[in-house]
Design a protein around this ligand. Structure first.
Ligand code: PHE
Length: 343
């Protein structure tokens, strides 16, 4: 019997199993009541008195060895489980690799172009107060954009105070936030999501994305605005693109202009996208209104600036000839996959 005990002791000491299951089978084989060591204790009862003491001693040693081995195996397996991730590395890799959304592609490209001109990227809140979205931007109190039909108000308009909360209708709010906390020179673009209370159709959506641009410094003139957007259009759409400035009106810029580029669908010949004019609008722009500078504590006699805002959806539509705005937010993989090679 002593010999069997010695053999088991060696087996216990040499046990190499790892992981939860191996630990459990070790416990069942050796340590549990019905295990091999348990059996030996049963047998011990039949051993004649004079030998009992000696055999009992080695058997107890075996029992202790098995118990401490079980403890160390358990600790080891718990440790390895918490550090080694349970990943099956033999699984084949899925050929379905994701890609960037077309709007992200355009946003990154726009940022890239303006960063090279020295513009920083700035950010602002989508839930905004009336001051930053309208009042500071020189919107008169009775401007139609302030009506519920055009703007999503988060809180009901109470007494017409400037503290109303709304979903921003354009990224121009970030101009104000930037000028409030930073003194010129300021040269930044501000991409972000905006919201308008519009019925959803192929040409309009209740949310879309804009990139705002702002450059405020001494001696910034309209020529700087023109050259910057001219450069942008050529970089974005290629050297053959023409650009034109059309007089327009925004409360926060004076003078204001809308910017058109050659229609990329018909190359200027006239089609239903450009309403047979050969031109499509891509941005609003202008020289920052002195009132706006004043509202941000910037002296308009010392500093001037230009600003522009363009729709990322529109820029993307023209670049990739997309004919329905709704495609951007429907998450149809057949649409999204078409941009895989561009990612
Ligand atoms: N905020 C204007 C819009 O949403 C665009 C714009 C931005 C115009 C900056 C001029 C200057 O239509």
């Amino acid at each position: 019997m002593e010999e069997r005990i010695q053999t088991l002791l060696r087996e216990v000491q040499d046990y190499k199993g790892r992981g939860k299951q191996a630990v459990e089978s070790f416990r069942l084989k050796f340590v549990s009541k019905k295990g091999l060591i348990g059996e030996l204790f049963e047998e011990l009862k039949k051993v004649p008195g004079e030998q009992k003491k000696a055999v009992g001693k080695v058997l107890n040693e075996l029992k202790q060895a098995a118990e401490s081995k079980l403890a160390s195996l358990t600790a080891e397996s718990e440790e390895s489980e918490s550090t080694i991730p349970q990943v099956d590395l033999t699984l084949p890799v899925s050929p379905d690799i994701g890609n960037l959304h077309p709007l992200s592609l355009t946003r990154y490209r726009i940022i890239e172009i303006f960063e090279r001109l020295g513009f920083n990227v700035a950010d602002g809140p989508e839930i905004e107060d009336d001051w930053h979205n309208f009042s500071a931007l020189n919107f008169p109190e009775n401007h139609p954009a302030r009506e519920m039909q055009d703007t999503f108000f988060v809180k009901k308009r109470g007494d017409g105070s400037d503290q109303d909360i709304l979903l921003r209708t354009h990224t121009s709010n970030v101009q104000i936030r930037l000028m409030e906390k930073q003194k010129p020179p300021i040269r930044a673009i501000m991409p972000g999501r905006v919201y308008r209370n519009e019925a959803i159709s192929a040409r309009a959506h209740c949310f879309f994305h804009q990139v705002e641009g702002l450059y405020v410094d001494r001696n910034v003139g309209f020529a700087d605005l023109k050259q910057t957007l001219y450069h942008f259009a050529k970089e974005m759409y290629g050297k053959d693109i023409d650009i034109r400035f059309r007089p327009s009106y925004f409360p926060f810029t004076e003078p204001s202009a809308e910017i058109d580029i050659t229609c990329l669908i018909c190359k200027g010949a006239g089609c239903n996208v450009c309403k047979y004019s050969g031109w499509v609008e891509i941005a609003g722009s202008g020289m920052v209104h002195p009132n706006v500078l004043r509202n941000c504590n910037i002296d308009p006699d010392e500093f001037t600036g230009f600003a522009f805002g363009m729709g990322i959806e529109r820029v993307t539509m023209l670049k990739y000839q997309i004919n329905d705005l709704r495609l951007y937010s429907e998450n149809d993989v057949r649409f999204l996959k078409q941009f895989q090679s561009l990612t």
